[in-house]
Design a protein. Structure first.
Length: 256
């Protein structure tokens, strides 16, 4: 198959985002927080852990240490005792105390609103920094690529086989999507990944009339590309489906 042009990818991406926004709106963070500091802490805790599990421990954590200055004076054992139900809680506790100390000492007690400065904080990588910039500061300087975004980008063929790291996937998505949409991508794709485009056994509802167009379109693409090189548009057409994704858009444009 001929290599897809950037213009074609942008056209597909625009159609995907239109239907994502139609179904999910701008999306909503799954982590509970009130301040940029609380969000940064919550995202650090969410590594290798579910957001629901994080939300169970953060109320007690933030009640005990409501500010960076308060957490900076804590011992890692005190923090670890509160978050012990989470994976890697000891290393996370050490990072959170060190993070709070750096925010207090180097940034005047305020989490920096800069993606590069955020990554200087212990336990904060590119994904966490992007999450904080988009959610807390509404100033997207990138797109947070977690497991959902990474998986969906490949299944939709926005990212190719050579995009084998989160940074490479992010670089591609930044070229495909306009900056004003960077705010929404992670939230929307996380919700879609959890509901439908799962790592195992994606939910297939294409034949049911009541499913919204956004689900039909995205499921069509996820299923079409889930087995790379084995399930192409041509094969889908042979199975009685639409010939291309554009035909699919036309076939669903009238609504459920």
């Amino acid at each position: 198959m001929a290599r897809e042009s950037l213009a074609s990818k942008r056209e597909r991406a625009a159609a995907i985002e239109e239907r994502m926004f139609e179904h999910y709106g701008p999306g909503k963070a799954s982590l509970d927080y009130r301040t940029p500091f609380e969000l940064t802490v919550a995202v650090v805790l969410s590594a290798q852990c579910t957001d629901a599990a994080v939300n169970k421990v953060t109320p007690r954590l933030f009640a005990a240490f409501p500010t960076p200055a308060a957490m900076a004076t804590a011992s890692s054992d005190e923090v670890a005792e509160i978050i012990h139900s989470l994976g890697f809680f000891r290393s996370k506790a050490k990072n959170l105390v060190a993070l709070a100390q750096m925010v207090t000492a180097d940034f005047g007690g305020e989490v920096p609103a800069d993606v590069d400065l955020l990554q200087k904080l212990p336990g904060v990588g590119r994904k966490t920094a992007n999450c904080v910039m988009c959610e807390a500061f509404k100033d997207p300087q990138g797109i947070a690529v977690d497991t959902h975004v990474f998986r969906i980008a490949h299944r939709l063929k926005l990212a190719g086989p050579s995009a084998d790291t989160p940074q490479k996937v992010e670089d591609i998505l930044l070229k495909v999507y306009p900056r004003e949409q960077w705010l929404f991508i992670n939230h929307q794709w996380v919700h879609f990944g959890r509901e439908f485009c799962r790592a195992r056994s994606p939910r297939l509802f294409q034949g049911q009339r009541h499913i919204l167009r956004v689900q039909r379109l995205l499921l069509f693409q996820c299923v079409m590309f889930v087995h790379e090189g084995n399930y192409t548009e041509r094969e889908e057409h042979k199975r009685g489906g639409p010939k291309t994704w554009r035909d699919f858009l036309i076939s669903t444009s009238a609504g459920p």
